[in-house]
Design a protein around this ligand. Structure first.
Ligand SMILES: [Cu+2]
Length: 70
């Protein structure tokens, strides 16, 4: 049996995000990662705050959406 702690919020810096299109692309890809319960994109701060999921899979999803983590 696997025990998990409370989900952590991890914040990624994604400087390439510029508009609502970028925002929804990231939200869709990262939202599909197993275990992710929340994705909050801040276009002004260029950050993506993610609750739950694995760091490696979230990084892959951001890459998959066409963005680089800065
Ligand atoms: Cu955009």
């Amino acid at each position: 049996m696997k025990t998990e702690g409370a989900p952590l919020t991890i914040t990624y810096s994604v400087p390439g995000m510029t508009c609502g299109h970028c925002k929804s692309a990231i939200e869709t890809e990262v939202g599909n990662v197993v275990g992710v319960s929340s994705v909050a994109v801040d276009l002004d701060a260029k950050t993506v705050a993610v609750v739950g999921g694995s760091d490696a899979e979230i990084r892959d999803a951001i890459d998959e959406a066409g963005f680089e983590i800065g």
